[in-house]
Design a protein around this ligand. Structure first.
Ligand code: IMP
Ligand code: MG
Length: 226
């Protein structure tokens, strides 16, 4: 089955705040993914497969369009800065800024690299900056973009860091939200999709640096889950 076929077999999840996990056989991943575990360089990976699409490329596209409509109504500023939290937000941010351009938004754009995860799927709990942003945000209206809001530690850290650098306002946007995992109380101003507690990859999100290139979001199933 090609990618188009996989998309056709998925339905629903229109709009936001809903999650539907669709069982679809992806074009190439299961065997490929599983075999990667046998590679001795992939020491952090548990045996897993990826065959369930959570959101198709088309569904992500539609939701990004809606988010940009919301942002266009609420974020207009003469001094707007968008800061993407790397590495997971690169694809999401790229799609957002191209859509915002159509709404006559011309933000300055920068990135910050934060790390809290080791190679696996559990956070170490400690967030650190491995590469800071350099644009001057003094007096700016900042929109912080992240891939997923999980425990809340990363976004809280980033928000506090940008505040300390003199931003006038800070809004936050995350493609995915897993509220059941929250440890630090924080809500994003803009949320693409709210999901249950499972591990997802694709559209910028990784498992041990793999799978970021997938144009869709898919669930990682670990061996013991069946
Ligand atoms: P938090 O600090 O616990 O909120 O974690 C946020 C970061 O954890 C995200 O920016 C991701 O890099 C990573 N993360 C959390 N859940 C997932 C997931 O399901 N797939 C991939 N990365 C995840
Ligand atoms: Mg990550």
């Amino acid at each position: 089955m090609g990618r188009a076929g996989a998309e056709e077999s998925c339905q629903g999840a229109e709009g936001n705040k809903s999650v539907q996990v669709h069982i679809s056989v992806l074009p190439y991943l299961p065997d490929n993914a599983y075999n990667m575990h046998a590679n001795p360089t992939k020491v952090n990976m548990e045996p897993h497969h990826i065959r369930d699409i959570v959101f198709t490329e088309k569904q992500i596209r539609a939701r990004v369009d809606q988010l940009v409509e919301e942002m266009a109504d609420h974020c207009r500023s003469e001094n707007m800065v968008m800061i993407g939290i790397l590495r997971g937000s690169f694809m999401f941010l790229a799609d957002l800024v191209r859509d915002l351009y159509d709404h006559d938004y011309h933000p300055r754009i920068d990135f910050i690299t934060l790390e809290s995860y080791g190679g696996g799927t559990e956070s170490s709990g400690v967030v650190r900056i491995t590469k800071d942003f350099s644009v001057d945000v003094t007096g700016a209206d900042v929109l912080l973009i992240d891939d997923i809001l999980d425990t809340g530690r990363t976004l809280t850290y980033a928000r506090d860091h940008v505040t300390a650098r003199g931003a006038r306002t800070i809004r936050t946007c995350t493609l995915l939200d897993k509220p059941s995992r929250r440890v630090v109380p924080i809500e994003a101003d803009f949320v693409g999709f709210t999901i249950e507690d499972f591990f997802v990859v694709g559209y910028g999100l990784d498992y041990d640096s793999y799978y970021r290139e997938l144009p869709y979001l898919a669930k990682v199933t670990f061996e013991e889950e069946g």
